[in-house]
Design a protein around this ligand. Structure first.
Ligand SMILES: NC(=O)c1ccc[n+]([C@@H]2O[C@H](COP(=O)([O-])OP(=O)(O)OC[C@H]3O[C@@H](n4cnc5c(N)ncnc54)[C@H](OP(=O)(O)O)[C@@H]3O)[C@@H](O)[C@H]2O)c1
Length: 251
């Protein structure tokens, strides 16, 4: 297996895509730590699924809006596992607010989205930098969104947070080279996920209609791209869109 002996931290492993990423990393031999903020049962289910497939996993509670909790989380990973090779910044928060309804996008919503989706991935990368650089170097994979490339998705705050995460990927790729490769998967609509169900109907229908391959992504497609990035030796600073081929994201 390609990731034997590696330790991976997947934020938001209680969620639909995080669970798929964690299970796929474990299937490749990595020991996986998944985080959740409130959904302990769902995080436990991810861990159990990994144990059932013969892999190694654990779960940790983390509110990644809290900078001190992020530092403590990385320290706990180090204390328990002694190394960290892969950080997948997957956790995010969103709420459906149609773009024209500017007044509904309050300061509180803006801050919650940006703190969770953009500030936390930076703080996690910063806290984990020394561990990721040790033991032969490591990988960060950020999970952003096609909404960070063309203006769309659940809200202006979400779309902006993901545009920021795309650029954070490039900045960290420069900052953390040569020991750490930093890449990003930008999903479009991912079928059968809770987050997709929070999108305005028109946005979801538009994504399905425009996908030139006749299908949008599944969680397993996102996980497969994460494996490509964490097994590559000469790719960094890249954003791979996985959306069934929407012309708007091909620019
Ligand atoms: N689903 C889609 O169609 C789609 C499309 C484009 C991009 N994406 C991106 O893909 C990633 C995963 O999405 P998903 O569909 O799997 O979402 P999801 O099922 O809603 O899961 C979101 C995850 O983020 C965690 N989280 C939320 N707020 C947090 C906080 N303050 N601190 C720590 N963790 C927090 C949640 O923890 P709890 O479960 O404990 O609440 C959960 O594990 C996200 O980055 C999302 O933006 C998804």
């Amino acid at each position: 297996m390609t990731l034997d002996g590696k330790v991976a931290l997947v934020t938001g492993g209680s969620g639909d895509i995080g669970s798929a990423i964690a299970r796929t990393l474990a299937a490749e031999g990595a020991k996986v730590v998944v985080t959740y903020v409130g959904a302990e049962e769902a995080a436990s289910a991810t861990v159990q699924a990994i144990h059932d497939q013969g892999g190694k996993a654990a779960h940790l509670q983390l509110d990644q809006r809290d900078p001190a909790a992020i530092e403590a989380c990385i320290k706990q990973v180090e204390a328990s596992h002694g190394r960290l090779d892969i950080l997948v910044n997957n956790a995010a928060w969103n709420i459906g607010i149609p773009f024209p309804e500017l007044d509904k996008l309050t300061v509180d919503v803006w801050d919650r989205v940006l703190e969770t989706n953009l500030r936390a991935p930076f703080l996690l990368a910063r806290a984990a930098a020394d561990l990721l650089k040790a033991d032969g170097g490591g990988h960060i994979v950020n999970i952003s969104s096609a909404g960070g490339i063309s203006p769309g998705s659940s809200s202006i705050a979400y779309s902006s947070s993901k545009a920021g995460l795309n650029h954070l990927t490039r900045c960290l790729a420069v900052a953390m080279a040569p020991e750490v490769a930093v890449n990003c998967v930008a999903p479009g609509l991912v079928e059968d996920t809770r987050m997709a169900k929070r999108l305005p109907d028109a946005v979801a229908a538009g994504a399905r209609r425009q996908a030139v391959l006749g299908r949008v992504g599944q969680a397993e497609d996102i996980a497969a791209q994460v494996i490509v990035f964490v097994t590559a030796t000469s790719i960094t600073g890249q954003i791979m869109v996985v959306d069934g081929g929407m012309p708007g994201t091909m620019r």
